[in-house]
Design a protein around this ligand. Structure first.
Ligand code: GLP
Length: 260
């Protein structure tokens, strides 16, 4: 796990956008793993800027979303499919039908979940997966207690997560209870995992994920089992890390030839 501590969310966005730019310019058919939530938004803003100002093209890319609410009407502005269209994919040149999300409206959501894992595999797997982390340590919608080997499936949100996400709705009552989410085992199959987090509210979750035991109680800690993880965080989110100085020193001393 490489821990990159940056001063601002703009610096975080630069580091992550550089990695994505490198992938989409080198790989003829890149597969991106996209996350919703507020954390990746500065990254998406920077990618849109690079697309509009520098011609960075996503024309040959495909993308898979991590998760989706169950039972939310197609086109609902807070469905994750719409959120990602609004915040990123509708503003770059990726084909709209090259962006996939779990079908939370399927008659048989369990079958849809299995299909989703299959479609990721058929695309050759995700090359670079962007992740955020919830205050309770969840990644995608894998709440505490999620099997570390889990596949895409339906989950029930904790009340904490529903409260955290209520800011996107008129009231907490509108936040769905059920979701479809890539499993922890599914996420671990992506080739490169890039987790972004900022702010003091994420410090405890980041410390548990990076330095705590690997445990279903902190789903993000499963990243410790992946061979290529980059955690890009600001100083506030890094505040509870015991080896804070070591991570900074390692990044400062990183050889120029070594990419993220
Ligand atoms: C939601 C999403 C996660 C995201 C988390 C944190 O639960 N399903 O993918 O990481 O929120 O969101 P934020 O970045 O807004 O704190």
């Amino acid at each position: 796990m490489e821990i990159v501590i940056r001063r601002s969310v703009e610096d975080i966005a630069t580091v992550v956008s550089d990695a994505i730019e490198s992938l989409v310019t080198k790989n003829p058919a890149p597969v991106l793993g996209l996350a919703t939530g507020s954390s990746p938004l500065p990254v998406y803003k920077e990618l849109i800027r690079r697309h509009k100002e520098n011609g960075l093209s996503f024309a040959d890319a495909r993308a898979f979303l991590l998760d989706e609410y169950v039972g939310m009407a197609v086109g609902h502005p807070e469905s994750y499919r719409e959120v990602i269209r609004r915040e990123l994919t509708g503003q770059i040149d990726i084909a709209d039908d090259a962006v996939k999300s779990p079908d939370g409206n399927a008659d048989d959501v369990l079958a849809a979940a299995i299909e989703y894992d299959k479609s990721i595999a058929e695309a050759g797997g995700v090359d670079l997966q962007i992740l955020g982390i919830g205050t309770d340590g969840h990644i995608a919608f894998n709440e505490p207690g999620s099997s570390l080997a889990s596949r895409t499936r339906m989950k029930t949100l904790t009340e904490q997560t529903r409260e955290d996400n209520a800011r996107f709705f008129d009231s907490i009552d509108e936040v769905p209870v059920h979701v479809l989410t890539q499993g922890l085992g599914t996420i671990l199959e992506a080739k490169h995992l890039v987790l972004v987090a900022a702010g003091a509210g994420k410090a405890a979750a980041v410390a548990a994920m990076v330095e705590g035991p690997v445990s279903a109680f902190c789903p993000g800690s499963v990243l410790q089992l992946h061979p290529h993880v980059t955690v890009v965080i600001d100083e506030a989110a890094a505040a509870d890390l015991k080896l804070n100085d070591y991570y900074r020193r390692s990044y400062d001393l990183k050889p120029a030839w070594q990419a993220l």
